[in-house]
Each structure stands twice: as structure tokens, then as C-alpha cells.
Unconditional design. Structure first.
Length: 242
């Protein structure tokens, strides 16, 4: 695992050293938004510290907003930018769907960069995660799983962002996850889950996936730009009807 045993001769409090190590792993992009920390007993063993010292560090990290209690118990790394970005903008998006064009412009810039860096930097483990996210999206698209399609669509793009190994980019993408997901729900609704249109969208995702897996950065960028240009056309056509 990524956690290093704490040296007992350190002059700092053990809980401070533990907290600093976990923050460093988040800063380095080793621990990504949504990643679960090991169970308390296992983490204490890996760090070679007592459970009370570990618990003190975890409480401080939670208080400072780096980790959050998971619904299944334990802790997960939070989306650090989410409170600053998603909440207010998501509310605006829901109140005024016309702001979707602004979100798409933002996505076009961020995701074009993401696909380039992912193609250049993704590790074998990253590529496995991208493949799993893509296969889940493809299965949902084939079955026209309306309940999960937008979530899986967003998850595929986030898996690519996580593979950039750019911590700022990854956290911003996770921070606007709510916006991305709501935007995706909207355009799937706009085309009324039309089978031919959904196949077209899936073909565009396939092109992004193939380029990233082939480590063709420029092809990946062009595929992402084509996909988002297509989505923008959907919104523009809908706006023209109003």
C-alpha cells in the first residue's frame, strides 16, 4: 500500500505525522476523490501507530475537510473543490437550464486537456479503471438504462480525469461532478433516449476511449472536442425551439 510506517523517534505528535502523510498522499494524487482509506485496524498496522493516535489524526482530517465518513463505515477522500464549485452552480443550473451552455464550454476546455494528459500519463492501473468505466457505460447505453446512464457517463469522464495525474485538474473535475451529471441527464432527456442518437453518443465515447487506450493524445483531444461540440448542438437545437 502507499502508507509508510511512522518512525517512533519523530519529535512531532504521531497524530500530526499521520495527518501530514495522508494530506501529502492527497496532494500527490495517490489518494483521489472518492478513494476509501483502509479499515482503521489495517491502517494503524501499515503506519505502525496506535489506533488512538490514528483516530486523532482521522478526526482532525475530517474536521479540516480532507476526508469524510463513508456510508459504509470508514473514511473516503472528499472532493476538495466540491463545496466551492458544485453547490451554488448546480443550484443555478437547476433554476436556469440555459446556463448549460456555460457548463459545456467549461467541460470542453477541461475534458480536452484531460484526454490529452490521460493518453500521455495513464498507468496500467488507470487504463483498467477507464476500461471498467467505459464497459459499464456501454452496457447501460445498450440497455437504455435511464436511471444510471448519466451517472455512468460522468464516471467515464472522471476516470479519464483521474488518469491525468494532475491533482488540480482531477479535483476540479470531481468538484463539478454534480454539474456534469445534471448536464448529462438533461441532454439524454433532450434526445428522449432516442436509440439512434444514443448510438451516436456511444460512438463518440468509443472514439475517446480508443484514443486514450492507444495513447494517442492528439486523437483523444479531437475525439473529446467532437463529442462536446455534438452535445452543444443538441442544446442549441433545443433552444431554437423555444
Amino acid at each position: 500500500m502507499h502508507f509508510r510506517p511512522i518512525q517512533s523517534f519523530t519529535r512531532k505528535r504521531l497524530s500530526d505525522v499521520v495527518a501530514d502523510q495522508i494530506k501529502q498522499l492527497i496532494s500527490d494524487g495517490v489518494l483521489m476523490p472518492g478513494d476509501r482509506l483502509p479499515a482503521e485496524r489495517d491502517l494503524a498496522t501499515q503506519l505502525a501507530v496506535s489506533r488512538p493516535s490514528l483516530r486523532e489524526a482521522l478526526i482532525r482530517l475530517e474536521s479540516d475537510g480532507y476526508i469524510a465518513t463513508s456510508g459504509r463505515g470508514g473514511f473516503t477522500v472528499v472532493e476538495l473543490t466540491a463545496p466551492l464549485i458544485s453547490g451554488p452552480l448546480a443550484e443555478l443550473l437547476l433554476q436556469n437550464p440555459r446556463t448549460s451552455a456555460d457548463i459545456l464550454e467549461l467541460r470542453q476546455g477541461l475534458e480536452s486537456i484531460s484526454t490529452v494528459y490521460a493518453a500521455e500519463r495513464a498507468t496500467a492501473a488507470d487504463l483498467r479503471k477507464i476500461r471498467a468505466a467505459f464497459e459499464a457505460l456501454k452496457a447501460a447505453s445498450r440497455s437504455q438504462d435511464r436511471d444510471n446512464l448519466a451517472e455512468l457517463d460522468a464516471a467515464f469522464h472522471l476516470a479519464i480525469a483521474d488518469s491525468t495525474h494532475n491533482i488540480a485538474l482531477a479535483h476540479v473535475m470531481h468538484g463539478i461532478h454534480t454539474l456534469i451529471r445534471e448536464g448529462m441527464r438533461q441532454y439524454h432527456r433532450l434526445i428522449d433516449y432516442d436509440e439512434a442518437m444514443e448510438k451516436q453518443l456511444m460512438s463518440q465515447h468509443q472514439a475517446i476511449y480508443d484514443a486514450v487506450m492507444a495513447r494517442d493524445a492528439q486523437k483523444a483531444r479531437k475525439a473529446a472536442e467532437r463529442h462536446l461540440a455534438f452535445v452543444r448542438e443538441i442544446y442549441q437545437e433545443d433552444a431554437a425551439k423555444l
